[in-house]
Design a protein around this ligand. Structure first.
Ligand code: GAP
Length: 518
């Protein structure tokens, strides 16, 4: 699937727009349009229903985005929530140091350079022409004679050692003695990058009228800490007993250095997080339970292809307090990336907050008459990443009756519109009949009425919006009071009495097979 096609469909059909687009946009921020807001809401509602309402060991929470800054000292975010960052001395752009190589490989100038060949003559020609336009900051372009002489010397002194693409570009980018301290160049202009500096990803703000150190606060970078900070409040309300979980859905903010890949890495995004508290000796069992349950949730909602996978972290990758972590990953067109992380966090968070707040966050087990700090399993998902994965998986181009169409094959639970209702033509009482069906259905689920244009075109518009069923009032309706139901994926059509169509649709949306598929 081509990412550009999906981005363009999202814009054209009102799923996702660049934020503040009329002012040129703002990097890393996105708006959900009329269809997108329904899709994301359906994802969050399905998550909440399955994890909170359908269980008797989970309660919800909705806490403030700005919290006492001590929360972020205790959690480690003030001290350690940072990425290494380099700035280009020539064009002043910022890059995450650990992503420079990936970005370089995608850059136009690097691809043009690689296609050129490695002999001195071709490189000199490239530097004088294409390089001047595409990579004016590259040492090879600024100082070709010197750089080519380093390269020649290397070929003379190490004739048998092949030079890989990364080292090669480093040679062309490094102005000092190229035998020591090779550096990667700027993916934008080829210029020199500064040494990495740590850059804290939390957005800062000030609370109150005076903007000084004392009034400094942060926009939360995760919803999780609000849950830990309220652990005692929730336990004291008396509704819960370990093992139990607290769930929260809400906005989080990270000043990502390189927001990229559409909504995948944004600066403002929504998380769906659970902190599940359990006895230490039961924590391994609960970890396995959440790891498997969360994976199955994506499968049940339509991520059925082998693009969905789960990756257990190697011991070397784990945080010092974690005994196990797994990532649920999806093979996006831009690469395999994380949708959700499930982490065994031990008693780290509650213990930290206990230390920083001075409040006892232990749990008293009434039956066993013992006090302990529960262990935590944290399934932490992103609503925007889930929406993007569902969009990618749903996007299909196929051919029906010799005509090409684009269709979003969403799971009915997630589809923004559940059914569209059409009169075949705008006369003979068909619009009135179709509108009466629309009114009846609207009480149950979101539907869309459309009487404009050829019927085939109306079907295709709904296919692109991911609407699972279309209902058409036609000539036969006027004689036998039946309507046509059309299935989005197979394009199969059948008739049902118009009086029972809302009920029939409800059954189909809840998973009843379509006629012919039973
Ligand atoms: N409390 C744990 C935590 O926040 P994380 O792996 O940093 O863990 C959890 O984030 C999830 O939040 C990710 O798996 C992803 O779905 C989502 N997420 C994180 N950063 C994001 C970003 N910049 N843009 C969109 N989603 C993001």
């Amino acid at each position: 699937m081509d990412m550009d096609k999906l981005v363009s469909l999202c814009k054209r059909r009102g799923f996702i727009f660049p934020s503040s687009e009329i002012y040129g946009g703002i990097n890393g921020f996105w708006d959900y349009g009329p269809l997108g807001v329904e899709l994301k809401r359906n994802i969050k509602d399905a998550w909440w229903r399955d994890n909170v309402h359908a269980r008797d060991d989970m309660v919800g929470l909705d806490c403030s985005i700005i919290m006492n800054p001590k929360v972020w000292e205790a959690s480690g975010h003030v001290g350690g929530f940072s990425d290494p960052m380099s700035t280009c001395r020539q064009c002043k752009r910022l890059f995450r140091t650990d992503q420079v190589w990936d970005q370089l490989q995608e850059s136009d100038w690097f691809q043009s350079l690689v296609a050129t060949g490695r002999d001195s003559q071709s490189l000199a020609q490239w530097a004088a022409k294409k390089g001047k336009k595409l990579a004016p900051g590259l040492a090879l372009v600024r100082n070709p004679t010197e750089i080519l002489s380093w390269l020649a010397e290397r070929a003379r002194t190490q004739p048998d050692e092949p030079i890989d693409a990364k080292t090669f570009v480093q040679y062309l980018a490094t102005e000092q003695d190229a035998r020591t301290g090779l550096v990667l160049p700027c993916p934008n202009c080829g210029g020199d990058l500064t040494e990495p500096r740590n850059f804290n990803l939390m957005f800062e703000t000030h609370v109150g009228a005076v903007a000084d150190e004392a009034s400094k606060a942060y926009l939360r970078p995760e919803t999780a800490q609000g849950i830990f900070a309220n652990f005692k409040n929730v336990v004291d309300t008396g509704r819960v007993k370990v093992p139990f979980g607290i769930a929260q859905v809400g906005k989080s903010f990270r000043n990502e250095i390189t927001p990229r890949n559409f909504t995948f890495r944004s600066r403002e995004f929504e998380q769906m997080e659970i902190e599940f508290f359990c006895r230490p000796e039961e924590s391994a069992t609960w970890y396995k339970y959440w790891r498997d349950t969360r994976f199955q949730w994506y499968v049940d909602h339509g991520l059925r292809s082998d693009r969905l996978r789960i990756r257990d972290h190697d011991p070397g990758e784990l945080s010092f307090y974690s005994t196990a972590t797994a990532d649920i990953e999806y093979g996006f067109p831009f690469g395999v990336s994380e949708l959700e992380g499930i982490a065994h966090r031990g008693d780290y968070d509650l213990t930290q907050h206990q230390k920083y707040s001075g409040k006892d966050l232990g749990y008293f087990d009434e039956e066993r008459k013992e006090r302990y700090v529960p262990h935590v399993i944290e399934p932490s998902a992103g609503a925007d990443r889930a929406a993007l994965a569902f969009l990618c998986e749903a996007y299909t181009e196929d051919e029906i009756g010799g005509e090409a169409r684009t269709v979003l094959k969403f799971h009915p639970r997630l589809a923004p519109i559940k059914a569209a209702i059409f009169p075949l033509v705008k006369k003979d009482g068909m619009p009135e009949k179709a509108q009466a069906i629309e009114r009846e259905m609207k009480r149950r689920f979101p539907v869309f009425y459309d009487e404009k244009g050829a019927i085939g075109r109306r079907y295709r518009r709904q296919d692109e919006a991911g609407t699972p069923f279309c209902i058409t009032v036609d000539g036969q309706t006027l004689t036998d009071d039946t309507v046509t139901v059309r299935d989005r994926d197979s394009c199969r059509q059948w008739r049902v009495p118009s009086a029972g169509v809302a009920r029939a649709l409800q059954d189909l949306l809840e998973g009843q097979p379509i006629p012919g598929d039973e």
